[in-house]
Design a protein around this ligand. Structure first.
Ligand code: PMP
Length: 427
């Protein structure tokens, strides 16, 4: 098959100007091995963005492969509406065992955006259920990204992605994040002021903990998460942590919330939940949120939300196996070593003339280039590193590194060498 031709004829790619796309020769991935993707011509590329931030232990990990294959011999999918399944129950138990302690309930969806929609509906429903129907709004962050469905876009704050849909969105209160000085006072002060005036209208504060990914890896200072938790407690609003990008070890701890021992009321995860194998996401809730939905069926308090593939058995098997690999291979310990190697190379990269800022939270890295008119950008660097055997994808002027947590120290050197060489060639 002529894959490039058939792609141009039939495939509409996400977040892509198709005219530009169809003018270029696409890279067609045929297989993968460990931290490497292999194209139809047999060329190998280091997966420097973990297949859009989701691969954790490398591709074709024997333990996850075996778990999915074994599940296939049992059942691939059965519904969670009116039935339950061994795989989904085991996955929910395994997930709650690693989640912050008060998050005891798991609602399964299929992608990060859906998990966020569910969290918003749970927060909205919670207040209605406890008799405070005046709470109809949310406090979200500037530059936020929570996915592309309309509720998630409403709490999003990236104009380039979100402005096109403005007439379809609900309004939110906002707190600033991308400030020249991101001190705790500068970040938390405006949030405090808004909550103090409007808490009675607000269901929840929604944040990406430790690092706003799609915004270009905007990192938060230590204490920010605790500070937000304290404000939510003081003003009695729920706290939603969107860990779709940060979850499963990406910032150094299993969940970013763990780094400040914070338990949100609702937490969303996706991406790495199956090790990057299969589409699955989850919304975690506390007992208090969960219990507010209990009642007589006729009262109509149940959560009116669900997806066909919620709790899919193959995805659930991958999820369980993913968590087993974390335990058996001490993935977080390895990731810490690899992240330290990345940090060492970033110190040098930061000195380059074209680089205006380097930000890192664990294995989430943003290298921001000078974006003044005429300066060649991160897109050029990402195109060039492909010739050097590395796949990267930029976010505006920011080069992103977000490899699988299983990246080896040699592969870190390759990633850094290729990036440094490509930045050095920019004039
Ligand atoms: N929340 C965050 C923080 C994300 O980074 C993303 C995706 N990059 C999403 C939600 C949406 O996830 P999905 O693409 O699986 O819908």
């Amino acid at each position: 098959m002529d894959y490039a031709a058939a792609d141009r004829t039939h495939v509409w790619h996400p977040f892509t100007q198709q005219r530009t796309w169809t003018e270029a020769e696409p890279l067609v991935i045929a297989s993968a091995e460990g931290n490497w993707l292999v194209d139809t011509g047999g060329r190998r590329y280091l997966d420097g963005v973990a297949s859009l931030w989701c691969n954790v232990h490398g591709h074709r990990h024997p333990h996850i492969d075996a778990a999915v294959t074994a599940q296939l011999a049992q059942v691939a999918h059965s519904t969670l509406l009116g039935l339950t399944s061994t795989a989904a129950v085991e996955a929910a138990a395994a997930l709650t065992a690693v989640a912050p302690t008060r998050l005891t309930r798991v609602f399964f969806s299929e992608n990060g955006a859906a998990a966020v929609e569910v969290a918003l509906k749970m927060a909205f429903g919670y207040w209605r259920n406890v008799g405070e129907a005046s709470r109809r709004s949310f406090l979200a962050l500037d530059e936020a990204y929570h996915g592309d469905t309309l509720g998630a876009v409403s709490v999003g704050g990236i104009d380039l992605f979100h402005a096109a849909y403005a007439p379809l969105l609900f309004e939110c209160f906002r707190a600033p994040t991308n400030l020249p000085r991101r001190s705790l006072d500068a970040l938390l002060g405006p949030m405090d002021a808004t909550l103090s005036a409007h808490a009675h209208e607000i269901c929840a504060v929604v944040i990406e903990p430790r690092c706003q990914g799609a915004a270009g890896m905007i990192t938060f200072p230590d204490g920010y998460l605790r500070g937000v938790r304290e404000l939510c407690d003081r003003y009695d609003v729920l706290m939603i942590c969107d860990e779709v990008a940060t979850g499963f070890g990406r910032t150094g701890t299993m969940f970013a919330c763990d780094s400040e021992a914070v338990t949100p009321d609702l937490m969303t995860v996706g991406k790495g939940i199956t090790g990057g194998y299969l589409p699955m996401s989850a919304t975690f809730a506390t007992e208090a949120v969960y219990e507010s939905f209990l009642g007589d069926p006729a009262e109509g308090r149940q959560l009116f939300h669900g997806h066909t593939y919620s709790g899919n058995a193959l995805a659930a098997a991958a999820c369980i196996a993913n968590l087993e690999v974390f335990r058996d291979e001490d993935t977080l310990a390895h990731a810490e070593v690899a992240a330290a190697a990345m940090a060492a190379r970033l110190d040098t990269i930061a000195e380059h003339d074209q680089v205006v800022d380097v930000r890192r939270a664990g294995m989430m890295v943003g290298i921001e280039l000078d974006a003044r008119a005429g300066a060649p950008g991160a897109a050029a660097v990402c195109a060039r590193v492909r010739d050097l055997g590395v796949i990267l994808r930029p976010l505006g002027p920011v080069i992103v590194w977000m490899p699988p947590l299983s990246i080896t120290l040699d592969e870190v050197e390759l990633l850094a060498d290729a990036t440094e060489k490509a930045i050095g060639e920019l004039v």
